[in-house]
Design a protein around this ligand. Structure first.
Ligand code: ADP
Ligand code: MG
Length: 195
């Protein structure tokens, strides 16, 4: 099935999740994520602001702040993503595509992020990711030297056996849902600099 058909089907299914289900299932997925070794070891976390029934991230933000991690969120800058340090949710405002973005200027190079938490429309068990079709994360993360761990966060129904892949698609090291955390084996889960 081509990428655009999978996107349409998956977005339609996710749109119909009841708000209460989205909230409770998101909590379970976040609980699983914050328990992974690579999240616990990371000092700088790349997080996202959820839209359109993506897994919520509020709890991850709270746990990261409590553990004195640096949390950065993406901001759209032309066709690229810029990551900005956020200490308080008041430092966010509506940005491109109606997504909450950081308003501050404490910019963090993507190469300094230890652990990226990445939303998606669908993922597969090998770590391939399907986004909204604009390739933002592919461009931001492709070819980063010594990059951090890439963790796809999604509901279990978004995790498929196999997705179509193109050469520019970045592959996740870890996929976390409310049911499972899969190390895709693409690299050691924790890079040398913080072991
Ligand atoms: P998504 O990852 O959002 O599902 P796609 O993988 O279909 O979207 O990518 C959308 C477009 O983004 C691609 O057709 C390509 O033009 C562009 N793109 C992705 N990665 C890169 C890159 N590293 N450099 C330049 N363009 C890219
Ligand atoms: Mg892609």
């Amino acid at each position: 099935m081509p990428k655009h058909s999978i996107r349409e089907n998956m977005l339609a299914t996710r749109k119909h999740m009841a708000a209460a289900t989205c909230l409770s299932t998101s909590l379970r997925a976040q609980e699983r994520l914050v328990l992974t070794d690579s999240f616990r070891a990371a000092r700088t976390i790349g997080l996202y602001s959820p839209v359109m029934n993506e897994v919520f991230t509020e709890m991850i933000f709270e746990v990261a702040c409590r553990d004195n991690k640096v949390v950065v969120y993406p901001r759209v800058l032309g066709g690229d993503l810029q990551f900005v340090h956020v200490q308080n949710k008041h430092e966010m405002g509506k940005g491109a595509f109606g997504i909450l973005e950081p308003t501050g200027q404490d910019i963090c190079p993507a190469s300094a992020v230890d652990f990226f938490i990445i939303p998606g429309v669908a993922f597969d068990v090998s770590g391939h990711r399907l986004g909204y079709g604009k390739g933002f994360y592919d461009r931001a993360l492709h070819g980063l030297p010594d990059r951090g761990v890439l963790a796809g966060l999604c509901f279990d129904f978004q995790l498929l056996p196999q997705l179509p892949v193109e050469e520019h698609d970045v592959q996740m090291d870890l996929i976390v849902t409310e049911r499972r955390a899969i190390d895709t084996g693409k690299r050691s889960a924790v890079r040398h600099s913080f072991t």
